[in-house]
Design a binder for this molecule. Structure first.
Ligand SMILES: *Cc1c(COP(=O)(O)O)cnc(C)c1O
Length: 425
């Protein structure tokens, strides 16, 4: 149960279970579960039902909802599709959707926090994020009362709400600067042996957690879809869908063909689109002006072995660059036809699907899985109590930018954070 190896797809060697990188090359490591045939664990809640293919020994206390997958009627009719299924990650109680931070980052955080806690080496997880990732990790760590350091740009603090009282086990470090500076600071903090970075796309718990979208979709559809649509920034969700599909093919019950990945980005801030199509990109002002800035990632894991490029090549994938105007129209079509609000990021995927229908890339009867990566915020605001995270500590990267300051991030700031967490414990 839940037994696995971590293997490098580049050199083929088995790696230590918690490695984030191969000793020989820079491939994305991948889990290899001993159980090849997926058995749903009906005795476990939410996403933990997919325990066989999650890299944890037990469920995390208090969180881990799964998405809802259903056959679309409204949007299907709008687009003239007969086999459109929607995977909805968010809050939608009428359909059983209970992901309270309202995005599919709620699939990544619980397995990551649980896996970290299972190491029992006392290291504290550090997460840098300006948005949905920070909220999902704050929610999961609060529910389980597990120590967590969130590094956020101070400008993004206001949007960091969760649906329970934040636990004292969380320390929020606000960085005077942008997201890139927050990532940089978190990276330097993680060099202190008391802390550990979560690893982003390199973290198998994040990817296998997101893979639940494909697993749940396929169990509902009873077969692998022909097409998978998702809005991407880093593209990690696309990699996760591809990896989950490989496992489902090995399972043997769901068909032999990999779903075609249709990954959607927001033009012009679309580095994956630029790399895949070989077109240029002027990212000068990005992420300013984006339809949803959660979709901007300066360094997606594109060319590494096992990364986005491999996923696209293996699945004969396509990448879309969606304008803000197309996204706004798609959002309206979706919300009116499916009767639920969605996050702007998810509207980018809807717009890509519209484009694929118009160009004939998908046909009327094709089985399609559309990943609505976030939604139901308005529903959640009606029903749930919300709490905004407060900064525990301010860090000014301009005062910390030299080599000697790396030592001070590792040392002084680290010590201050440990002090705050100790007071909370
Ligand atoms: C993070 C996020 C995405 C993009 O995810 P990838 O990491 O690129 O797969 C899409 N939609 C929402 C709502 C997100 O929070």
């Amino acid at each position: 149960m839940g037994e696995y190896l971590v293997r490098c797809p580049g050199c083929g060697y088995v790696q230590p279970p918690h490695a984030l990188a191969c000793q020989n090359d820079d491939s994305l490591l991948r889990t290899e579960y001993l159980t090849k045939r997926l058995t749903l664990r009906d005795d476990l809640p939410g996403l933990w039902k997919f325990y066989d293919w999650l890299p944890v020994k037990m469920p995390l206390r208090g969180s881990g909802e799964k998405p809802v997958t259903y056959r679309s009627q409204g949007l299907s009719r709008e687009l003239g599709l007969a086999n459109l299924f929607i995977s909805f990650s968010g809050y939608w109680p009428e359909r059983g959707g209970k992901m309270t931070t309202c995005s599919f980052k709620d699939l990544e955080a619980p397995p990551t926090v649980e896996r970290m806690a299972e190491r029992k080496d006392g290291q504290i997880l550090v997460v840098a994020s300006a948005g949905n990732t920070a909220r999902a990790f704050a929610q999961a760590a609060s529910e389980a009362e597990i120590p967590l350091v969130l590094v956020v740009p101070s400008s993004g603090l206001g949007r960091l709400w969760i649906c329970r009282e934040p636990s004292d086990s969380i320390c929020v470090v606000s960085v005077k600067g942008d997201y890139t500076e927050a990532i940089d600071l978190a990276g330097r903090l993680a060099e202190n042996p008391r802390f550990v970075g979560e690893g982003g796309a390199r973290n198998v718990a994040r990817r296998d957690g997101m893979g639940v979208v494909m697993l749940d979709g396929v169990l509902t559809m009873k077969a692998l879809p022909k097409h998978y649509f998702q809005a991407v920034g880093s593209g990690t969700g696309g990699i996760a869908a591809w990896e989950a599909s490989i496992r489902l093919i090995e399972d043997g019950r769901f068909g032999p063909a990999l779903p075609r990945l249709h990954l959607a980005q927001n033009a012009p801030c679309a580095p994956i689109y630029a790399a895949w199509t070989g077109s240029g990109m002027d990212a000068g002002l990005c992420p300013a002006g984006m339809y949803d800035d959660v979709l901007f990632n300066r360094k997606p894991p594109y060319a590494v072995k096992g990364g986005v490029k491999d996923a696209l090549e293996e699945t004969q994938g396509l990448v879309y660059a969606v304008s803000n105007r197309e996204a706004a129209l798609a959002q309206r079509v979706f919300e009116e036809s499916e009767d639920i609000d969605i996050l702007p990021a998810a509207a980018i995927a809807v717009a890509a699907l519209q484009e694929a229908v118009q160009s004939g890339t998908v046909e009327e009867d094709d089985p399609i899985l559309l990943n609505i990566t976030g939604g139901g915020v308005s529903r959640a605001k009606e029903e749930l109590e919300m709490f905004t995270l407060k900064s525990d500590l301010e860090a000014d990267p301009s005062a910390l930018s030299s080599e000697s300051s790396s030592d001070s991030v590792r040392g002084d700031l680290g010590a201050e954070i440990l002090e705050i967490l100790k007071r909370g414990a």
